[in-house]
Design a protein around this ligand. Structure first.
Ligand SMILES: C[S@@+](CC[C@H](N)C(=O)[O-])C[C@H]1O[C@@H](n2cnc3c(N)ncnc32)[C@H](O)[C@@H]1O
Length: 291
């Protein structure tokens, strides 16, 4: 578990509670009125009984789901005890490593079968997507849904507004440094749809979205998302960059700080049309599936 934490920490920094709360608000504004895109029945009607959130962080998604579906039991699992100790009785939190045999997926917990397995912003904590997908298959009831909501670094830009900026340089260095320490920036998530198909999942759906870096979009909701995402980046990326660039590229911390200061100045001007890609994928274990 120690190695896992180290690898995870290199890319995500310290997922402090306030930062995860901000990220939760970004997700809420990204998917207004929808907590999941998996087409679970709109009415509870006894069809959805057990839900699990893998890498639940502060438990915000689990708590929101549990409030929307009060008769559903929602379990959240995370490496860290970031969840509130007081919560509604239909919510349960476990501290565990989801990539190992653990309470949510161990053979001794064979009775733990879910109608929805959800996971969000977890890709840098996943060492093997095939192994995780196979555990999810085992622990879904036939007819149950699996959903991953992920974002992918590096940043992208569809016009030339990022060209020649410190931000572009930083983005390229991030790719280079991550490659050197063996961290896949998209966490290998690009393979997931193919893996889901290969594992026997059906009814796959996929939605691509964007989080703008700063309030550059015209649309008001996306402006708000951009503002919040820029604030999130400001908090986390200086530390992540110092960790990565000193370790992988041999930079002095002060040089990284200087570059990051320039990047922050550019982000504040909101002239670059940079964004990070969001990928949401959902799929169903078919009715009648065995195993
Ligand atoms: C970026 S945060 C996202 C939290 C939450 N899913 C959300 O969207 O608010 C990623 C979370 O995954 C957890 N995590 C990373 N690797 C994990 C693992 N192997 N097992 C359990 N949790 C893990 C981290 O502790 C962190 O809380």
């Amino acid at each position: 578990m120690g190695e896992e934490r180290k690898r995870y920490g290199l890319l995500d920094g310290d997922p402090a509670i306030t930062r995860l709360q901000l990220q939760h608000r970004i997700w809420q504004r990204t998917l207004p009125d929808r907590i999941t895109l998996a087409p679970i029945p709109a009415s509870e009607a006894g069809k959805v009984r057990d839900v699990i959130d893998l890498g639940c962080g502060t438990g915000a998604w689990a708590l929101e789901f549990a409030a929307a579906y009060p008769s559903v039991h929602v379990r959240g699992v995370d490496l860290k005890p970031l969840q509130p100790t007081s919560h509604p009785s239909n919510v349960e939190f476990l501290v565990d490593d989801i990539t190992y045999d653990s309470a949510w997926a161990s053979p001794s917990a064979a009775a733990q079968q879910y109608d929805l397995i959800h996971s969000r912003s977890m890709s840098s904590g996943i060492k093997s997507w095939p192994a995780l997908i196979s555990k999810c298959w085992e622990h879904l009831r036939p007819g149950g849904w699996l959903e991953f909501q992920e974002f992918h670094l590096p940043m992208r830009c569809d016009d030339d507004s990022m060209a020649g900026t410190a931000f572009e340089r930083w983005n390229q260095l991030l790719v280079e440094a991550s490659g050197k320490v063996g961290v896949k920036l998209d966490g290998g998530f690009a393979e997931v749809p193919r893996l889901l198909q290969g594992a026997g999942f059906a009814g796959m759906g996929r939605k691509a979205l964007k989080w703008p870096v700063g309030p550059w979009p015209k649309d008001d909701r996306m402006k708000e998302v951009g503002r919040m995402f820029r604030a999130d980046l400001s908090v986390v990326l200086e530390g992540v960059s110092i960790g990565l660039f000193t370790k992988a590229l041999g930079w002095e911390p002060e040089a990284v700080r200087e570059l990051w200061k320039e990047v922050e100045g550019e982000m504040a001007m909101a002239k670059m049309h940079a964004y990070v890609s969001i990928d949401i994928v959902w799929a169903q274990k078919p009715d009648g599936a065995v195993g």
